[in-house]
Design a protein around this ligand. Structure first.
Ligand SMILES: [Zn+2]
Length: 325
């Protein structure tokens, strides 16, 4: 078998079949898309093994459709990351079982089931994300973060701008702001993501489209915006004109630099990823013969796992890793 990090992760099975996961340009025999975040979606039209919701989200978020297919060699189980996200389990004809996590969280929250390693069964080779794979990335319990956010929303007597990824955090923030009794507004980029989630999961969002041309913000309003717009010029103007406070929501909030990067008044460590301890627990529970780390703190996590007795390697772009089982 070969595992190769390209624009996604490519697993070559013993019969030569190439399974390509989360690539911009998957030119293998089987394409897998674990979830509909931009860095996991293909550039053009594609037919891939994915969940029905990921296909709908991938189609809604881009100009090119994402079509869903199935493949006997690939099983998908909930990844706990965002709506529709899946962990891919790939079975080689020689019996070797691969687990490719994409992005993952073990925490069940609101309408998401956390990733449960027991559902993966026996795993020989694990390819795990390592976004927060370093000591120091420790997220408080989800309920504690939610409580902190609801308290801040209740005690803030001003309009609020809530920044999070359009798929994932933005839905959580819309629901929390509504729970806190605020009128919730958001942009097309987020509404486009809401619709398939409502259609397929029956999750409702009590939200109005924000019209930046005419809309003023009142003290009870919460405007949910994609994280990428935090430093846009119109946000500065809006904050000046309305006295709105800006809050950023991300696992990166455990580091001081996150607050300054977005010029936020408040930050909350609301994450859709596993933290460091949770990544270590995931590996321990799956107990694979070999681990590959990819994305984020790849070297730190691989080094830590090696010290704990695992055969762990950080995947490097373009480098192939060969192995026998
Ligand atoms: Zn993601």
């Amino acid at each position: 078998m070969t595992i190769r990090l390209r624009d996604g992760v490519e697993i070559t099975l013993s019969d030569g079949t190439r399974v390509v996961c989360d690539a911009d340009d998957p030119d293998g025999d089987v394409a897998v898309v674990t979830h509909a975040h931009g860095d996991h979606l293909p550039d053009g039209e594609l037919t891939a093994v994915c969940s029905p919701l990921t296909a709908a989200l991938g189609t809604a978020r881009r100009e090119d459709p994402l079509h869903r297919t199935t493949d006997d060699r690939v099983t998908l189980i909930p990844a706990g990351h965002v709506a529709g996200s899946r962990v891919a389990l790939v079975t080689d004809p020689d019996g070797t079982r691969y687990c490719y996590t994409g992005d993952t969280s073990p925490r069940s929250r609101d309408y998401l089931d956390g990733f449960d390693p027991a559902a993966a069964g026996d795993v020989d080779v694990l390819v795990t994300e390592s976004t927060y794979g370093a000591p120091g990335y420790e997220f408080p319990p989800h309920d504690a973060v939610v409580k902190e956010i609801l308290t801040w929303l209740a005690e803030t007597d001003a309009p609020v701008l809530l920044f999070g990824y359009a798929l994932g955090r933005a839905q959580t923030l819309q629901r929390l702001a509504a729970r806190a009794g605020r009128r919730v507004l958001t942009t097309q980029a987020v509404l486009r993501v809401n619709d398939p989630i409502t259609d397929q999961l029956g999750v409702s969002f009590d939200v109005t489209e924000y019209d930046s041309a005419t809309h003023d913000l009142g003290p009870d309003d919460a405007l949910v915006l994609p994280l990428t717009s935090a430093r846009a010029d119109w946000i500065d103007t809006l904050r000046d004109q309305t006295g709105a406070l800006a809050a950023g929501f991300s696992g990166w909030a455990v580091k001081d630099s996150f607050r300054f990067r977005g010029d936020y008044d408040a930050v909350f460590p609301l994450s859709d990823h596993a933290d460091f301890a949770e990544l270590c627990s995931l590996v321990e529970a799956l107990d694979p013969a070999r681990v590959y780390t990819q994305h984020g703190e790849t070297t730190t996590l691989a080094t830590h796992l090696t010290r704990r007795g695992y055969d762990a390697t950080a995947l490097r772009p373009g480098q192939s890793t060969l192995g026998e089982f």
